[in-house]
Design a protein around this ligand. Structure first.
Ligand SMILES: [Zn+2]
Length: 95
């Protein structure tokens, strides 16, 4: 049995364009300390799962690439959002 690494909460960076859920709070990425929006639903998740690590999309994706374990809270829609975000970052080069 592998050691549980804790769940990851993927959040959108505050400097990335797009819809921000009303009531979101800016918090630091666990990995790179970039400020990200944490939505109210995510805050509830954090409350119930204090071991969760907030990660910006870039760090979350890097984590996924280097860890085989499942990420329970990543839905298919979120995965698509991550991939779309990374495409934009890559194209703009302004991350
Ligand atoms: Zn990060």
């Amino acid at each position: 049995m592998a050691m549980p690494e804790g769940k990851i909460l993927i959040c959108r960076a505050v400097n990335s364009p797009g819809y921000v859920v009303p009531g979101s709070l800016p918090m630091g990425c666990h990995e790179c300390n970039k400020v990200v929006w944490v939505s109210p639903a995510s805050l509830l998740l954090l409350h119930d799962n204090p071991e969760m690590q907030i990660k910006c999309m870039t760090c979350a994706f890097a984590h996924m690439a280097s860890h085989e374990g499942p990420i329970e809270d990543l839905t298919r829609a979120q995965m698509e959002e991550v991939e779309e975000y990374l495409r934009k970052v890559h194209n703009n080069g302004n991350d």
